[in-house]
Design a binder for this molecule. Structure first.
Ligand code: NAP
Length: 310
C-alpha cells in the first residue's frame, strides 16, 4: 500500500522526534519511520546530564519516551521498520520499508550513527556472547570478570571507567601509544586502580570456547609484529561510530566517511531531501545539537514545501 505524505521522517532519535514535533505543529502530518532501534542511541545510555532543562539529569530512554509523546501529541504517525530502498530521482519521492511503500513530497533523514565494529570473522556470532559495543547496556552482565575495552578515545576511557563498577580488572587495548581521548578522561582512567593499559595492540581475532562464547582476543603487537592471546571474559568495542547512510549511497552526496553533506542549514544535494542529527554531523554529535538540527530541518522542509506550492 502506497500512501502519499507531505513529509516522511526517517529515524527516531532526538533529531527525528524534534523534526516531527515541528512538522506536526506546522500541520504537515508527518509520518516517522522508527528504524531498527526506536529512540536511537540514547536508549542505550544511562543518565543524560547535559540536556538543558533537566537539572537533575534524566535517563536516556525516558527522555526519548518524552520526545516521542510530544511528537505524538501533535499528530505524528509512527511506522515500524527500516527504510531499505529509496528512489529520490523523481517526485513524489518513494521509500520502501520492511512493511510499507511510502510516497513523500519531502523527506527528512535522521538515521543517526551506530557503533563501529572491527569487522573480524566471527564478530556477529560472538556479539552478545562476551562481545559488546555498549558498556552501559551490557556491563552488569560481567560481575567480577576480566574485561577488555578496545579504543583510545573518550568513549574507551568512559566505558572502561564505567566497567570498573562491575569487572575485577579492565584492560584498555589501544592500537597506538597516543590517545585521542581528552586529558581529563585519560587522567581519570589512568588514576583508576582497576584499569590497565596495553598499548600498540590490535585485535586480530576473537577467541571462543566450543559453545561460541568469547574467551579472549588474539592480539598483534604493532611494534614487534608478534601475536599473542589475551584471555578475557568480556570485550567491549569503543572505536567510534559510523553513519547509518548505506541506503543513501549513490543517491545523495556523502562525505568520505559516509556522512550526509548538508548546505544552507539542512538541505542535501537532492532538492526536497533534508538531513539532521548525527547522520549529518560528525563534529558535535550531541542530543541537544541533534534536536536543534531536527528543528532546523522541519523549518527548512516546511518553507521548501510552501515554495513548491506557489
Ligand atoms: P574517537 O575519538 O574517534 O576514537 C576512536 C578510537 O578508536 C581511536 O583511539 C581509534 O584509534 C580507535 N579505533 C578506530 N577504529 C579502530 C579499529 N578498527 N581498530 C582499533 N582501534 C580503532 O571516538 P569516540 O571515543 O567514540 O569519541 C567520539 C566523540 O565523542 C569525540 O569527540 C569524543 O570527545 C566524544 N565523546 C565524549 C565523551 C565525554 O566527554 N563524556 C564521551 C565519549 C565520547 P586511533 O586513535 O589509532 O585512530
Amino acid at each position: 500500500m502506497s500512501q502519499l505524505r507531505d513529509v516522511v521522517i526517517i529515524g527516531s532519535g532526538p533529531a527525528g522526534y524534534t523534526a516531527a514535533i515541528y512538522a506536526a505543529r506546522a500541520n504537515l502530518k508527518p509520518l516517522l519511520v522508527d528504524g531498527m532501534q526506536p529512540g536511537g542511541q540514547l536508549t542505550i545510555t544511562t543518565d543524560v546530564e547535559n540536556y538543558p532543562g533537566y537539572p537533575e539529569g534524566v535517563l536516556g530512554p525516558k527522555m526519548m519516551e518524552d520526545f516521542r509523546a510530544q511528537a505524538e501529541r501533535f499528530g505524528t504517525e509512527f511506522v515500524l521498520g527500516q527504510v531499505n530502498e529509496v528512489d529520490f530521482t523523481r517526485r513524489p519521492f518513494r521509500l520502501k520499508t520492511d512493511f510499507d511503500e511510502l510516497e513523500a513530497k519531502a523527506v527528512i533523514i535522521c538515521t543517526g550513527a551506530s557503533a563501529r565494529l572491527l569487522g573480524l570473522e566471527n564478530e556477529a556470532q560472538v556479539m552478545g556472547h562476551g562481545l559488546s559495543a555498549c558498556a552501559t547496556c551490557d556491563g552488569a552482565f560481567f560481575p567480577d570478570k576480566t574485561l577488555v575495552v578496545v579504543g583510545g578515545g573518550d568513549s574507551a576511557m568512559e566505558e572502561a571507567t564505567f566497567l570498573t563498577r562491575y569487572g575485577r580488572k579492565v584492560t584498555i587495548l589501544h592500537r597506538r601509544e597516543e590517545f585521542r581521548a581528552s586529558a581529563i578522561m585519560l587522567d581519570r582512567a589512568q588514576a583508576n586502580d582497576k584499569i590497565e593499559f596495553a598499548l600498540n595492540k590490535a585485535v586480530t581475532a576473537y577467541l571462543t570456547d566450543d559453545g561460541g562464547r568469547l574467551t579472549g582476543a588474539r592480539v598483534l603487537d604493532t611494534v614487534t609484529n608478534e601475536e599473542s592471546d589475551f584471555p578475557c571474559d568480556g570485550l567491549f568495542l569503543a572505536i567510534g561510530h559510523v553513519p547509518n547512510s548505506r541506503v543513501f549511497q549513490g543517491v545523495i552526496d556523502l562525505d568520505e566517511d559516509g556522512y550526509i553533506l548538508v548546505h544552507e542549514g539542512t538541505r542535501t544535494s537532492v532538492d526536497g531531501i533534508f538531513a539532521a542529527g548525527d547522520i549529518a554531523d560528525k563534529k558535535y554529535r550531541q542530543a541537544v545539537t541533534a534536536a536543534g538540527m531536527g528543528c532546523m530541518a522541519a523549518i527548512d522542509c516546511e518553507r521548501w514545501l510552501e515554495d513548491q506550492a506557489h
